[in-house]
Design a protein around this ligand. Sequence first.
Ligand code: C5P
Length: 303
Amino acid sequence: MSAASVTVRAPAKINLHLGVGRPREDGFHPLATVYQAVGLYDDVTATDAEEWSVHTIADAHLDLASVPDDGDNIAIRAGRLLAAHHSIARAAHLEIHKGIPVAGGMAGGSADAAATLVALDRLWSLDTSDDDLLALAARLGSDVPFALLGGTALGAGRGELVTPVEDRTALWWVVVPHEIGLPTPLVYRRFDELASYDPAAGATNSYDVPAGLIDALAAGDVPGVAAALGNDLMRPAYDLRPDLAARHRDLATLGTVLLSGSGPTQLVLAETAEAARRIAVELTERGLPHWLAPAPVAGCHVL
Ligand code: C5P
């Protein structure tokens, strides 16, 4: 008899606005961010097993070299945390199909962790409350609670405190990955070295979420959203990687460009699917790999 299994799909995220403050005592940076879930997905299939194990496969263009295949994998850490929370001695095999760029600033690892929590909760009929799932998610990483939620949300604390916001846009992102990853801690360290926050204000210039962005999202006003996009990590990321600054200028000839989280993935905003396709044709001519992703999309869900 084959073991029962559950598959859960989790979306990538971008930050429409990423305001970063001066580091806290625990080393994390306080964030004032607006997350949006975009239509690139990782699928996690959980199957009962005697021991924990994980196997990852990927779409074309994705480099799996940096994805751990042992207990260090965040999906296994998520599974163990859920089992410990319920004081049960069970294990599972996790099969991850990655469609989200690895180490790309789109929270692919966080998506896997969130999907694993939901998959095992269903597989083992645990009925974990939403509050408990969000709390477990927060322990796994700053972006994991948002992967559960999806849609569009404010993020506070170190990013783990999420509140849904109204988003009536239906837009497309042209996602341009980069073959060389950029570790998040490195970008935050450079942010500190550049003292990108305004010392007088005790936070960054853009630490507050711009009211114009919230209003534009609620009104479905895509040009308004484009005008209010911002990311405090752009400066340190481009300082570390001048090649990304050059590509930003190159992409800016096609539309409004945003660095995704801590990078290196970059995004071009398209108002319609037709506009996204036009940009995609141009990128193909320039020899740059890319994906088209609608937004906003739902959070983790059972397939
Ligand atoms: O929470 P997560 O594991 O995703 O964070 C990865 C790293 O990114 C942290 O170890 C820290 O160096 C940095 N980080 C930060 N401030 C945040 C979120 C992440 O400094 N708010």
